[in-house]
Design a protein around this ligand. Structure first.
Ligand code: NAD
Ligand code: FES
Length: 289
């Protein structure tokens, strides 16, 4: 293949990159216009180079004064693997955003905010925004094991109470985020809640909240292509109607999501993602010897 892939001469420069765990990466990228406008709950769609696919990533943080945005991602398919191989001073060709309807940030009273695994990155701006709006913030962060609990310090800074759960008990409470939710609901009067993480987690968080008649918002991350409501790739069923996660969401009331449909559509591309990652990794081995 003779295609030339350009890195380094475009405008979205990676200023800092850090590997958070075996498969999770934390990038700060120069994108001054996006950094100025980004609100909690919004995302960008990026394309690494001319032949790259477009992938959506939630804006984990934004600093208008330095013009930087923060993207935290897990390596799942070829594109995220390729992105993880970029270094500081490399650049990304396209970065479109901020996209999506922002979270409604206001003073609800006491809020419970649940982040699971890499979904913690997506929930962090919501924690920050709701704290800055004067809410009492109770945060629950859950991950398989202690190394996968990301942004603990940042979330702590904007939380009145922080509960950590790990599946293996290596940090905080041993168990799932839903068990911590039950404990919080038993002792606090909560006015509103949010949950972001794997689809199964969001489905079960919704069931827990619903059992206690507690409003809950979730953020859906279906496959996205254009991010502007044109292609229909991100369609989800909300309260019986078709919605586009990229423009109508990504945040929706958890109780209105058709979870079975969403979860089965999310599984549709798992094999392709794995195959593209394996092919990419094989190509890297051949290329680098
Ligand atoms: P994970 O599988 O390690 O789960 C994180 C935590 O979620 C667990 O520790 C547990 O506490 C909770 N959880 C999982 N399943 C549960 C269940 N059935 N009931 C109750 N709690 C449950 O997380 P991970 O591997 O980091 O997650 C990656 C997934 O998150 C990917 O599928 C990715 O698509 C998704 N994600 C979603 C968003 C979003 O915007 N919705 C953002 C980033 C990542
Ligand atoms: Fe195309 Fe949402 S990504 S309609």
């Amino acid at each position: 293949m003779n295609e030339t892939i350009h890195y380094g001469d475009h405008m979205y420069k990676i200023v800092k990159n850090e590997q958070l765990s075996k498969n999770e990466y934390d990038f700060w990228i120069e994108a001054p216009r996006i950094a100025t406008k980004a609100q909690p709950g919004q995302f960008v769609i990026l394309r690494i180079n001319e032949i790259g696919e477009r992938i959506p990533l939630t804006i984990a943080d934004a600093d208008p004064s330095s013009g930087l945005i923060r993207l935290i991602f897990q390596v799942i398919g070829k594109t995220t693997a390729e992105l993880s191989s970029l270094c500081a001073n490399d650049s990304i060709l396209d970065l479109t955003g901020p996209l999506g309807t922002p979270t409604e940030i206001k003073n609800y009273g006491t809020v419970m905010i649940v982040g699971g695994g890499v979904g913690i990155a997506a929930i962090f701006p919501i924690i920050k925004g709701l704290k800055q709006a004067g809410n009492r913030v109770i945060t629950i962060l859950g991950a398989k094991t202690s190394e996968l609990v990301i942004l603990q310090k940042e979330c702590q800074q904007y939380s009145d109470e922080l509960i950590i759960t790990t599946d293996d008990g290596s940090l905080g409470m041993k168990g799932l985020v839903t068990e911590a939710m039950e404990q919080v609901i038993a002792k606090e009067s909560i006015d509103c809640s949010w949950a972001i993480g794997p689809s199964m987690m969001m489905k079960f968080c919704t069931m827990t909240a619903e059992n206690h008649k507690l409003p809950i918002y979730v953020s859906l991350n279906p496959i996205m292509i254009d991010g502007t409501g044109m292609c229909g790739g991100c369609r989800v069923t909300i309260d019986g109607s078709i919605k586009f996660a990229c423009v109508d969401g990504p945040e929706f009331k958890g109780t209105q999501v058709n979870w079975d449909e969403f979860i089965s559509r999310m599984k549709q591309y798992t094999d392709e993602e794995e195959a593209s990652l394996t092919d990419y990794q094989k190509a890297q081995v051949i290329h680098h010897g």
